[in-house]
Design a protein around this ligand. Structure first.
Ligand SMILES: O=C(O)[C@H]1O[C@H](OP(=O)(O)OP(=O)(O)OC[C@H]2O[C@@H](n3ccc(=O)[nH]c3=O)[C@H](O)[C@@H]2O)[C@H](O)[C@@H](O)[C@H]1O
Length: 434
């Protein structure tokens, strides 16, 4: 009760009051001791933390952790050396291209073709498991043997994109990373928003901030024509009635491209691919899993429209698509902006890359039966209302005129090449298609 004593001892004339020393000193002594103890603990704690976290610590756990964090930071001279070597231009008038989705079907073919003609190519891919990742790894191994390095990372990782643009002044970006597939969009809608919208915006942000700004060619889709009935589909037709979320995200991508072109002077070319097929293709696509299931003796669902209406696709062979992609890169004008600011109007293009000859899905199955020498167990079903459209048919006159695009492979010839690859790749017992 010190404070009460203190009050009791206070004289009525405060101006003359002098505090008695002993009790006050005792108080100060107590609080100093407490402070000293407290700060000693803090000090000891800091020393402990410092030594425990030091990389030179002999603790195996901490050194392993620090090694791991270094590995995942995309840093270090080795990483930069690999990136530079892969992106190095080896031909006169060559270009240096960042290919996103490089371990994908179209991405791996385009990367290989660019490398073959001496362009610098750096791949980027997140190796997600939308379909069997071992197929993506096999494509990666093939590309690595040909000098193309694929960085394992996501287009949503801004720090990684910035790092890549800091290391290499890419002249072009071939943006093929996406969440593909029209039916899977009902199962996992957010993956489409994540890759095809957020990822695209993130990539365009990196491109707009890069110095120099690259020209960008990217994959849109025939699905943007949605429920249109006028054929063949022309780039001038309406694209405001998508039948799947996949199509809606690709359509959104085209509008986002317009915005970045308008505000920042980015040169942007969208390619509307029409059902691309061929060797090293995507196992989620019909021609691929039809082949697998025919060989396994499983029945295959063949869609038909109302009143036995034919469902058809303008199937386009991968080599024709690759030629279209390279022509789009070669005719792309430079972006005009710098430092995130537009300096003048820049190129904005959209092209159909199709085959201009739609084939009914039932004919596709007949071709596969002949090539595989196995009769299919056909299960004819009503076209489900989960993203499919009844037919696609490209008008390619713009691409023909401006890119020199001219598809040369019909479905029979292309599927023959696919089946040869498929049988070789999944040779008996070695691997099995999933
Ligand atoms: O051009 C595009 O932009 C898109 O092309 C591709 O979509 P689609 O043309 O729908 O290809 P795909 O699924 O192989 O079905 C082929 C045909 O088989 C029919 N089909 C399909 C499945 C089935 O079980 N039965 C069936 O008859 C089906 O009705 C269709 O008629 C890409 O997957 C897509 O990512 C996108 O790039």
């Amino acid at each position: 009760m010190l404070h009460m004593k203190h009050i009791d001892n206070t004289p009525s004339t405060p101006g003359k009051f002098k505090m008695e020393k002993p009790p006050y000193n005792r108080l100060r002594l107590h609080s100093s001791l407490a402070k000293l103890t407290f700060w000693s603990f803090v000090f000891l704690g800091l020393i402990f933390v410092f030594f425990f976290r030091s990389p030179s610590s002999s603790s195996p756990v901490s050194s392993d952790l620090s090694r791991r964090s270094l590995r995942s930071s995309y840093g270090g001279p080795n990483f930069e050396k690999r990136v530079r070597a892969s992106a190095k231009i080896r031909s006169r008038n060559g270009i240096s291209v960042l290919v996103t989705g490089a371990a994908g079907f179209v991405g791996s073919h385009v990367s290989a073709a660019l490398k073959r003609r001496g362009d610098g190519v750096l791949g980027l891919d997140n190796f997600n498991n939308y379909y069997d990742p071992s197929l993506k790894r096999a494509r990666q191994a093939l590309l690595e043997r040909n000098g193309v390095y694929i960085v394992e990372g996501d287009i949503n990782d801004s720090a990684l994109l910035k790092k890549l643009f800091d290391i290499v002044p890419f002249t072009h970006v071939m943006h093929l990373a996406a969440q593909a597939g029209v039916r899977y969009a009902m199962e996992n809608p957010s993956s489409y928003v994540h890759s095809n919208i957020a990822g695209l915006v993130n990539l365009l942000e990196a491109c707009k901030n890069a110095n120099p700004q690259p020209a960008i060619v990217w994959a849109s889709s025939s699905s943007v024509y949605g429920l249109n009935t006028k054929v063949p589909f022309s780039e001038r037709d309406r694209t405001d009635q998508p039948a799947s979320l996949y199509a809606a995200t690709k359509k959104a991508g085209e509008e986002i491209a317009h915005t970045y072109n308008h505000i920042y002077g980015l040169s942007l070319t969208g390619l509307r691919f029409f059902t691309v097929y061929g060797p090293w293709g995507r196992p989620d696509m019909a021609y691929f899993f039809f082949a697998r299931d025919i060989l396994k003796g499983k029945s295959i669902p063949i869609f038909e429209a109302a009143n036995h209406g034919t469902v058809a696709r303008d199937f386009t062979y991968i080599d024709d698509i690759v030629k279209g992609c390279l022509a789009a890169l070669d005719t792309a004008e430079k972006s005009t902006g710098s430092g995130g600011k537009k300096k003048g109007p820049a190129q904005l293009r959209v092209y159909n890359l199709g085959n201009t000859s739609p084939v009914p899905v039932s004919d596709l199955v007949s071709i596969l039966e002949k090539l595989l020498k196995v009769k299919a167990k056909r299960l004819v079903m009503k076209l489900p209302r989960n993203g499919d459209v009844q037919f696609t048919h490209a008008n390619i006159s713009s691409a023909q005129r401006e890119l020199g695009y001219k598809p040369t492979t019909d479905l029979k010839t292309g599927l023959k090449k696919f089946v040869e690859w498929y049988l070789g790749y999944y040779a008996e017992g070695k691997k099995s298609a999933q």
